[in-house]
Design a protein around this ligand. Structure first.
Ligand code: HPA
Ligand code: ZN
Length: 336
């Protein structure tokens, strides 16, 4: 049985595996500019965030109907559950779909159809967090926010901020975050992935976020690190993503040890698992291997994931108790 964990940084569109992309393309009469799944996989050689985003948005063309979104979410839940995920706070990018003429209701109701059965079928509770594309205008974010009101407090429980970071500081989205707070929604934002530590500070001060997605570059500002520790602001780290998008050179160079040593509330997540080579459990395993993490560090990371979640107290406590009682399988002896 895998270590129980929550996944707090997962873009549902980033779980679109090549096989499902081709199946949906065929069903919807969409022609992909790749001969087959192998050729598509060869395109996953990213040099930075933008090179990934270009392909990520292009492949979304295959997602058109409620059934497509339901299949996408169902496939994610099955894979996540197999790797010990018991709770997932899932991002989606409404503007990337409405801009292609797919109505918001198709997206939210399609995802919802799978997520509503997630606990019963897979033992995975879920929340949906809608993200605004920071390289689109503040007006577009506001329009999207207003269009989503019917699902607030129901299927949609929070807002986030993603896409191309540099040159799009958090303060651009001040008003939509103000309205989200007023509507009682949770608030998170990507910051400090490619952008500077100052964007993390701005996301806290101007947007009032409760968690920072990525946040790697906080380490460049010791006063900010102190503040994040003091205020118990979680970071949702995504190690395999960081390597694939060249935010760190190799997993062995990942700053997780420094982040934990500083006393930060770090969590480990998969970001866009179909593109970056692994789901939540794969990220735990790869980090453990590359950094030589011991079982108690993995237990701490799993506990952090539930502490940092937006779960109600009762389920949080139950899942934390499972983490505390978890018995790790003995690892294969290291050969001398
Ligand atoms: N960063 C920014 N935007 C994104 C990401 C990411 O890692 N994944 C999907 N959209
Ligand atoms: Zn992300």
């Amino acid at each position: 049985m895998p270590l129980p964990k929550a996944e707090l940084h997962l873009h549902i569109e980033g779980t679109l595996e090549p096989e499902l992309a081709f199946a949906l393309a065929a069903r919807n009469g969409v022609t992909l500019p790749y001969a087959d799944t192998e050729e598509l996989r060869r395109a996953y050689a990213f040099t930075d965030l933008q090179s990934f985003l270009d392909l990520y948005y292009a492949l979304m063309a295959v997602l058109r109907t409620e059934e497509d979104f339901a299949e996408l979410a169902e496939a994610y839940l099955a894979r996540a559950a197999a790797q010990g995920v018991r709770h997932a706070e899932i991002f989606f990018d409404p503007q990337a779909h409405t801009a292609r003429g797919v109505p918001l209701a198709v997206v939210v109701d399609g995802l919802g159809r799978a997520l509503d059965r997630g606990e019963e079928r897979h033992g995975v509770s879920t929340r949906l967090i809608m993200c605004f594309l920071r390289d689109e205008s503040a007006e577009s974010a506001l329009e999207t926010f207003e269009a989503a009101r019917p699902w607030f407090g129901g299927r949609i429980t929070g807002i986030g901020l993603d896409s191309a970071e540099v040159g799009h500081p958090p303060a651009k989205f001040r008003e939509v975050y103000r309205r989200a707070a007023e509507a009682g929604l949770h608030r998170v934002a990507h910051a400090g992935e490619e952008g500077p530590a100052a964007y993390i500070t701005e996301a806290l001060d101007v947007l009032g976020v409760e968690r920072i997605d990525h946040g790697l570059r906080c380490l460049e500002d010791p006063a900010l690190v102190e503040r994040l520790v003091r205020e118990r602001i979680p970071l949702t780290l995504c190690p395999l993503s960081n390597v694939r998008l060249r935010c760190v050179d190799t997993l062995a160079d990942h700053p997780l040890p420094a982040i934990l040593d500083a006393g930060l509330l770090a969590t480990v997540n998969s970001d866009d698992p179909a593109y970056f080579g692994g789901y939540a459990g794969d990220n735990f395993d790869a980090l453990a291997e590359a950094l030589g993490l011991d079982d108690e560090t993995l237990r701490l990371l799993a506990a952090n994931s539930f502490q940092a979640s937006f779960l109600p107290e009762e389920r949080r406590a139950a899942l934390l108790a499972e983490v505390a009682a978890y018995e790790f399988a003995p690892r294969a002896a290291v050969r001398a």
